[in-house]
Ligand binder design. Structure first.
Ligand SMILES: Cc1cc2nc3c(=O)[nH]c(=O)nc-3n(C[C@H](O)[C@H](O)[C@H](O)COP(=O)(O)O)c2cc1C
Length: 211
């Protein structure tokens, strides 16, 4: 099987120089809205990269759950591998690939935990099965067999408590955006790339880079 013939032309849109002066948060929201109009499942998924104490980067998919003035919110287990990485190093990278629109967004940011109150509020809105999943999984930790995992889940499941409590080690993180790049595929690989960087005075500095 040859992978070399897997080629396409990117023709669907463009990012003119007028985009250099837009608010990148609004552009991000607009692009996400465009994507959600055509992709119904897991449309907010992105690759989150962290670097822990070994210095090796690690990436995994998580779901964006809220866009705040302060940044982008996702939820996870604070003691997972990513949680441990973040404790060591708050610099993260978020990568969105919106294939159907020939778009990519790359974000460099700094993460902080959201308030306990907000995490608990969100947890209470999750389906019960998802709540049980969060409660019964020590995310990223070793477990001998699938059966052991199922036994853990079923033991919580059968307790049948009405209001499940958000575990202390589970909650949200907010990625404060320091840099964001918008990539729009163009013809002949002459893609559009516009980067916005947060300045010391919290303004956006924008520039175009070559594809
Ligand atoms: C579509 C999709 C969505 C996911 N969403 C989340 C999420 O929102 N939060 C989360 O902790 N893990 C999510 N995961 C699982 C992560 O990719 C990962 O397996 C898990 O968080 C453990 O990562 P870690 O060991 O690096 O901490 C998702 C996976 C996929 C494929």
């Amino acid at each position: 099987m040859s992978l070399q013939e897997d080629r396409k032309e990117y023709l669907s849109s463009e990012l003119g120089d007028n985009y250099l002066s837009v608010d990148p948060k609004n552009l991000f929201k607009e692009w996400l809205k465009d994507y959600r109009a055509i992709v119904k499942q897991d449309s907010t998924a992105f690759a989150l990269s962290t670097v822990g104490d070994t210095g090796n980067p690690d990436s995994r998919i998580v779901l964006l759950k809220e866009i705040r003035d302060e940044g982008l919110v996702f939820y996870t287990n604070y003691e997972s591998k990513k949680g441990r990485d973040i404790k060591f190093n708050k610099n993260v990278h978020a990568l969105f690939f919106w294939k159907e629109l020939e778009r990519q967004v790359r974000i460099k940011g700094i993460v902080t935990k959201i308030s306990r109150e907000d995490s608990e509020k969100y947890f209470s809105t999750r389906p019960r099965a998802s709540q049980l999943g969060a409660i019964s999984s020590n995310q990223s930790q070793k477990i001998s067999t699938r059966e052991d995992l199922d036994i853990k889940f079923n033991s919580y499941y059968s307790q049948g408590s009405e209001n499940l409590k958000c575990p202390d080690n589970w909650g949200g993180y907010c990625i404060q955006i320091k840099q964001i790049e918008f990539w729009q595929g163009r013809m002949n690989r002459m893609h559009d790339r516009i980067i916005f960087e947060k300045t010391m005075s919290s303004q956006w500095n924008s520039y175009r880079v070559q594809p």
